[in-house]
Each structure stands twice: as C-alpha cells, then as structure tokens.
Design a protein around this ligand. Structure first.
Ligand SMILES: NC(=O)c1ccc[n+]([C@@H]2O[C@H](COP(=O)([O-])OP(=O)(O)OC[C@H]3O[C@@H](n4cnc5c(N)ncnc54)[C@H](OP(=O)(O)O)[C@@H]3O)[C@@H](O)[C@H]2O)c1
Length: 327
C-alpha cells in the first residue's frame, strides 16, 4: 500500500513512517523541514519531499497513487507566529490535502487534531462530547481543520479524526524533554499545587491508533480522543519521570498567578525580539489546566488498546534522551 504522511519528518510523523515502512508499505513524506530523522527515514526507504501542505500542485502530485493519507503536518510549536500562518497551514492546508485526496481517489484520510480543541476540562475526565473550547489560536485552527475534514466527509471522502493527548516518547524534542531536564537537575519549580490533571500518550500507542483509523469501519466523520491507559496529576507526572530516570527530585511550589503574569509580559516583550520567550501563557497553563479524558469511544469503535503503560513509556523515553545526549 502507498501512504502519504504529511509532517512525516516531525516527532510523531517519523514514528508512524518507521512503523509503516516496517510493515512493508511504500511511504511518501511531505514536510516543511528535514528535521532530526530525514536521513534515517530515507535510508529506511521513505520517499521524502521537503515542501508545504499549502502548495496545492505539490500536494496533488504527492497524493496521486496513494491509498491512505495520514495528515499530521501542523503549525505548532512556535509562539508569536502570525495567526495567518496557523490558519494557512492548519485549516487551508487541510483543505488542500482533502481536496487532493478526493481528486486522487484516496481510500481514507486520517486527520491528526488535538485534545486541545476541548480546552480546560471543567469536569474531568471529559470525552468527545465535552464542549469544544479551544484556549488558543493553534487549538482553534486545529478544530477548524476538523470542520474542513467533515465538510469533505459530507461530500463522500472517507476521513476520520484523532485527537491525541500529550504525546511523548523517543525523539520528542520539546515539552517532555523540558520536564526531564528539570527533573535531572533534582529540583522542579511547580507553579501552583500541581493538582491539574494531565493525560500522557506514549508515541507507540498513538501509532497503533493511526493504523487502526486507516481501516476501521463505521467511523467516517467521527473524532476519537487517544490517550494512555491512565491520566495523572502533574505533580505525580514529575515524580514518575524522576522514578523513570532513577533520580531524586524536590518539588518546589510557587504561586501560579505571578508566573502567569510574567508569562504574558514575556510574550509581549518578545514580540519585538527574535526567538521564543522563555515563558508564555500556554506554557504557564500547563500548571493549571485539567486535560484528562476517557478513551472509551476509541476502544469501542477503533479497537484501540494502549499497550505501553505510562511508566514504561517514561522509562523508554529517559533511555532515549540519555543515549542521544539530551540529558
Ligand atoms: N505533541 C503533542 O503533544 C501533540 C498533541 C496533540 C496533537 N498533536 C498534533 O500532532 C501532530 C504532530 O505533532 P508533533 O508533536 O509531531 O509536531 P512536530 O514535530 O512539529 O511535527 C509536525 C511537522 O509538520 C511540519 N510542518 C509544519 N508546517 C508544515 C507545512 N506547511 N507543510 C508541511 N509540513 C509542515 C513541521 O515542520 P516545522 O517544524 O518546520 O514546523 C513538523 O516537521 C500535529 O498535527 C499536532 O497538531 C501534537
């Protein structure tokens, strides 16, 4: 089978590409940038094109002959990007991918959205019927991407949406690495009491879900929250990461709101400066927002079953960070 993976040299995409190649599929990748894994994926047999999902003729050409499109390219990690970038990539890019899939006769499109479309969950754990209340423009555009996907479903495209929790695992260059690094120092500054709920998702479990979504029946136009078996408080997460690393960590609590105010100020100041602010509101929100969900719908309708436990995933991630010189 030939599969197109957009965002396929990124953290999540590269794991999916490896698995698909391992299964004997032909894999095309479209990504903005070579990333950490370009050479490895190429060696494994991936056909990689550096370019944008907003490039209509390119997307159309790469979609030709594909049975499946796994669409996970997204404007994502950078703060202070103009809103137009998020809209063009996450909404218009998704429209271009879906249109190309229709024209090329693709059998199914799997769209990678995010749990973030639900924002803070007032009564955790939430589920897919929890109100859509994105907290920032990135999350808003990811949801608008879902709307676009479902417009195409109404016109006959086979497509399904996944809403992953907080993805972690080998190769994650960002959020979890930051937590591991702080834990490695033996002292973790926690804004607030650390009681916010957090739902991790080990990368191999998510890849299982992407593969299930390619073939599951009766799922068109549906959205599925994908997470690990359990969710934890952020304080517990820090302690479990320390355990996974085999180190002691002291958690030092500071009040939340001053941290939030400084984050907002940093964002403002850095508007006029190059680079990313050291603190920004989305990062500060990590300390207070509840992000915990049931994964019953995915279990029932996709046959999803997270096989790697949170602790095992954290341990494997620690090993990868150490072996690759990140810690
Ligand atoms: N990480 C999480 O916890 C999480 C949680 C829920 C959902 N998600 C979703 O999961 C997907 C993968 O995320 P990730 O964590 O693996 O992020 P990632 O490593 O940044 O992967 C996304 C890839 O897409 C590329 N990309 C951005 N704009 C593009 C464009 N216009 N055309 C082609 N490629 C483009 C990125 O390149 P650049 O680096 O150049 O932008 C990057 O290589 C995204 O759809 C994200 O919204 C992530």
């Amino acid at each position: 089978m030939r599969v197109l993976v957009t965002g396929g040299t990124g953290f999540t995409g590269s794991h999916l590409v490896r698995r698909l190649l391992n299964m004997g599929h032909q894999v095309r990748v479209l990504d903005n940038q070579p990333g950490l894994f370009h050479d490895e994926l190429k060696r494994l047999g991936a056909d990689i094109t550096i370019g944008s999902v907003t490039d209509r003729p390119l997307v159309r050409r790469l979609t030709d002959g594909c049975e499946i499109v796994q669409h996970m390219a997204a404007a994502f990690r950078e703060v202070n990007r103009p809103k137009s970038v998020y809209w063009n990539v996450n909404v218009e890019g998704t429209r271009i991918v879906c249109q190309a899939a229709v024209e090329a006769g693709v059998r199914r499109v799997v769209y990678c959205s995010t749990q973030g479309v639900h924002g803070n969950v007032d009564h955790p754990p939430g589920d897919e019927d929890t109100p859509i209340e994105p907290e920032d423009y990135y999350q808003y555009t990811k949801y608008q991407g879902e709307v676009v996907v479902n417009q195409f479903v109404d016109q006959g495209l086979e497509a399904v949406t996944l809403r992953p929790m907080a993805i972690f695992g080998p190769g994650d260059p960002a959020r979890f690495l930051m937590i591991y690094r702080r834990v490695a120092k033996g002292r973790f500054i926690m804004a607030g009491p650390g009681r916010a709920l957090y739902h991790p998702l080990y990368i191999d479990n998510l890849v299982d879900a992407f593969l299930l979504a390619q073939d599951a029946q009766g799922v068109l136009g549906r959205a599925y929250l994908i997470g690990d078996e359990e969710f934890v408080t952020i304080k517990d997460l820090v302690l479990r990461i320390a355990k996974a690393m085999g180190v002691e960590v002291q958690i030092v609590h500071v009040p939340f709101w001053p941290v939030y105010a400084v984050s907002a100020l940093c964002e403002l100041v850095y508007k006029a400066l190059p680079g990313e602010p050291p603190l920004f509101r989305r990062r500060a929100d990590w300390f207070r927002q509840n992000r915990a969900f049931k994964i019953d719908r995915a279990r029932r309708e996709l046959g999803y079953d997270p096989k790697v436990s949170v602790d095992e995933g954290l341990r494997r991630t620690a090993v990868w960070y150490r072996e690759n010189g990140y810690l």
